[in-house]
Ligand binder design. Structure first.
Ligand code: NAD
Ligand code: 6OD
Length: 486
């Protein structure tokens, strides 16, 4: 039997193409589907379809009408919840418990959140007095940017795609989305749900493919795309910035991280260990917010490393469909080669491998997959590449510090600045340290706790701009100020 073909969705039509690539399951290397790659002409048609939609009814739709459609799409996701969960698992191998509680619910929640936000958020106004003794009233109205290119990665495919698509559509734009070549499945289902929900043709378009010389590049260099919103590696962000420069496109970038966790001597150690196990190993370490550098007060260092090691060795690595599986494989064998090269580099740089450092053996089909050991390193100098470069796997390095100032300096000694976690029982210490950390998001006594109204994004190599709540509306719409002389 030939494998299913995942199609592009352009101008309301599901389109295949002659050029196709394989979509494989990292659990056992099996073929999930063939994916129809969009060529330059197809990307062009998608952009044109978006432009047409903006000229038509979509361009005239009210915020309430757009919000109603987004709620209908969320309903559609919830109706096909299990299909989405299975598509996400087939592409990534992530545990069913995570797909059911995080990835897919957040997909629907993103749509509902921005539908509600756009119908409940006002705009600014400023009254002024004028030299003639009268006055004037300024107020702003929001207008969509136009055609927005959304480029997303493979680690949280549905969550991160909808995190951008929802505010873009809520704000009245047309979207051309390109999911990662590794994870086209849930995006293709989203296109089906958009179609079934009655989203007008051209408002949401989906193109599949890679980055350079493929759909990603065709989209970022397209002269009629008004903005690019991108989540992915920092190096890809630079390439997209260069590609988008000629047309001076608006850009929003959520990029890589090399996030620090700081555990103070007064921390609730049970909570700090639980939180660090989550922040290092969740999604097999493939969350941009994961802690890869853990700094622990010297008085608790040995205790912390011993307990973290014990927990890491007891993480349930298993089949994604098993309810008690905690972590699955990496996204691909290619990514595993990269992570394993860092495990080797850590040895070469003089690390002690406290646990892990290799590949688990199962004696079944999983030996053809992309599985890897949860790994804890100690003993590296701060100059080591393993401390400075994002690895994006289930691995952290743990080092000791002695003073609060030293902890802050260590956390900030990075080219990245996405997120940090601080563990302390003193709220004032937590606040003061968080305030000094160079990162877009700092969690105190928790990790990856999300309120969708809050600003989300990074500093330094970790990104440009903030999304979330009104910050998203500010990116996905242009305010026009209207000044009325009274
Ligand atoms: P990636 O940069 O390799 O790919 C991301 C997307 O960009 C994919 O769709 C890919 O096809 C596309 N792409 C690649 N090269 C391109 C080019 N030249 N032009 C246009 N598109 C191109 O990232 P990835 O490996 O899929 O994801 C992992 C990375 O994403 C990690 O660095 C991680 O930290 C980062 N990430 C950041 C956040 C955040 O919110 N800051 C969230 C998730 C992931
Ligand atoms: O939760 C979110 O909104 C978000 N953007 C998460 C990013 C996770 C990175 O892997």
């Amino acid at each position: 039997m030939s494998p299913p073909v995942i199609k592009n969705y352009i101008a309301g039509k599901f389109l295949s193409s002659d050029k196709q690539f394989e979509n494989t399951n990292p659990v056992d290397g099996s073929l999930v589907a063939m994916v129809a790659e969009a060529d330059r002409e197809m990307v062009n048609s998608a952009v044109q379809a978006g432009r047409e939609a903006l000229r038509g009814d979509w361009g005239a739709a009210s915020a309430e009408e757009r919000a109603a459609l987004l709620h209908a799409v969320a309903d559609g996701i919830e109706k096909r919840f299990d299909d989405f969960v299975q598509a996400e698992i087939a592409d990534t191998g992530k545990p069913v418990s995570q797909a059911r509680t995080l990835d897919i619910p957040r997909g629907a929640a993103n749509l509902r959140f921005f539908a509600n936000l756009v119908t409940s958020t006002g705009t600014e106004s400023s009254e002024m007095s004028t030299a003639d003794g009268g006055g004037a009233l300024n107020y702003s109205v929001r207008k969509p940017l136009g055609v927005v290119g959304v480029i997303s990665p493979w680690n949280l495919p549905m969550l991160l795609l909808t995190w951008k698509v929802a505010p873009a559509l809520a704000s009245g734009n047309a979207v051309v989305a390109k999911p990662s070549e590794e994870t086209p499945g849930s995006a293709a289902l989203l296109a089906e749900v958009m179609h079934e929900a009655g989203v007008p043709a051209g408002v949401f378009n989906l193109v599949h493919g890679f980055g350079p010389d493929s759909a990603g590049e065709f989209l970022t260099t397209h002269p009629d795309v008004d903005a690019i919103t991108f989540t992915g590696e920092s190096a890809t962000g630079s390439a997209i910035m260069r590609a988008a420069a000629d047309n001076v496109k608006a850009l929003s970038f959520e990029l890589g991280g090399k996030n620090a966790a700081i555990v103070f001597d007064d921390a609730d150690m049970d909570a700090a260990i639980d939180g660090t196990v989550r922040s290092v190993f969740s999604n097999c370490g493939q969350v941009c917010l994961c802690s890869e550098r853990v700094y622990v007060h010297e008085s608790r260092f040995d205790e912390f490393v011993g307990r973290l090691k014990e927990r890491a060795e007891n993480i349930k690595i298993g089949w994604p469909q098993d309810a008690d599986t905690e972590i699955g494989p990496l996204i691909s064998k290619q990514h595993r080669e990269k992570v394993l090269s860092y495990y080797q580099l850590a040895r070469d740089e003089g690390a002690t491998i406290e646990t892990g450092g290799g590949v688990p053996e199962f004696g079944d089909d999983r030996d053809n997959g992309a599985w890897i050991d949860p790994t804890i390193l100690t003993g590296l100098p701060e100059s080591a590449r393993c401390i400075r470069e994002e690895i994006f796997g289930p691995v952290c390095h743990v080092a000791a510090f002695s003073t609060d100032d030293e902890a802050v300096a260590l956390a900030n000694d990075s080219a990245y600045g996405l997120a940090a976690a601080v563990w302390t029982s003193s709220l004032s210490r937590g606040h003061n340290v968080a305030r000094r950390i160079e990162a877009g998001i700092v969690w105190v006594n928790t990790w990856y706790l999300r309120d969708l109204r809050t600003p989300f994004g990074g500093v330094k190599l970790s990104g440009i701009g903030r999304e979330g709540g009104v910050h998203s509306l500010n990116f996905y719409s242009e305010p026009t100020n209207i000044c009325i002389k009274l």
